[in-house]
Design a binder for this molecule. Structure first.
Ligand SMILES: Nc1ncnc2c1ncn2[C@@H]1O[C@H](COP(=O)(O)OP(=O)(O)OP(=O)(O)O)[C@@H](O)[C@H]1O
Ligand SMILES: [Mg+2]
Length: 144
C-alpha cells in the first residue's frame, strides 16, 4: 500500500483500513522522521481497534500499553518509541520477544531501526514521509 494522505482525516481512514487486516502477534515498525505522523497514525489505529485510550507519544517512557475494556480480537496495543534508545543492551532490556508473544496483542514501534535485529522476520514496515504541512506519503509493506 502506497498512499498520499492529504489530511489527518485521510490518515485516520487509512488506519481504519489497515486495522481490519491486523492479527494478534503482528509487529508494525513505523519508520519516518520527526513529525512525519507515526504517533498520529498509532492513535487512529488504537481507536480503530475499539480501544478507547488517549494515545500520547511514548518517547519519555519508551513503552505504553493500551488495553481494551471489553472483549476484542486484538485486546491490547504495545506502543514503543525507541528514539532515545542508544544501545543494543538497552534494547535487550526491553524484553521485546515477551511483548511480541503476548496473547491477543499487537506491537507498534516508532524509531525501530535500533532494534532491527530483534524484530520478527514477518515485521510489517510502514514508512511515513513529510511532503508538506498537511500531506504525508505512507507506504506499508504487505498491507492493502
Ligand atoms: N496527513 C497527515 N497525516 C498525519 N499527520 C499529519 C498529517 N498532516 C498533518 N499532520 C500533523 O503532523 C504531525 C505528526 O506528528 P506525530 O507526533 O504523529 O509525528 P511522529 O512521526 O510521531 O514524530 P516523532 O518522531 O517526533 O515521534 C501532527 O501534528 C499531525 O497533526
Ligand atoms: Mg511519535
Amino acid at each position: 500500500m502506497d498512499v498520499l494522505s492529504r489530511s489527518t482525516q485521510e490518515t485516520e481512514e487509512l488506519a481504519k483500513r489497515l486495522a481490519t487486516q491486523l492479527k494478534s502477534g503482528d509487529v508494525l515498525a513505523l519508520h519516518g522522521d520527526l513529525g512525519s505522523g507515526k504517533t498520529t497514525f498509532t492513535s487512529y489505529l488504537v481507536s480503530a481497534l475499539g480501544i478507547e485510550k488517549r494515545v500520547q507519544s511514548p518517547t519519555f517512557v519508551i513503552l505504553r500499553r493500551y488495553a481494551a475494556e471489553s472483549e476484542k480480537k486484538i485486546q491490547a496495543v504495545n506502543h514503543l518509541d525507541l528514539y532515545r534508545i542508544q544501545s543494543r543492551e538497552e534494547v535487550e532490556d526491553l524484553g521485546l520477544s515477551d511483548l511480541f508473544s503476548e496473547p491477543n496483542s499487537i506491537t507498534v514501534i516508532e524509531w525501530p531501526e535500533v532494534a532491527e535485529e530483534f524484530l520478527p522476520e514477518n515485521v510489517t514496515k510502514i514508512s511515513f514521509e513529510y511532503v508538506d504541512e498537511n500531506t504525508r506519503r505512507i507506504h506499508a509493506q504487505n498491507l492493502n
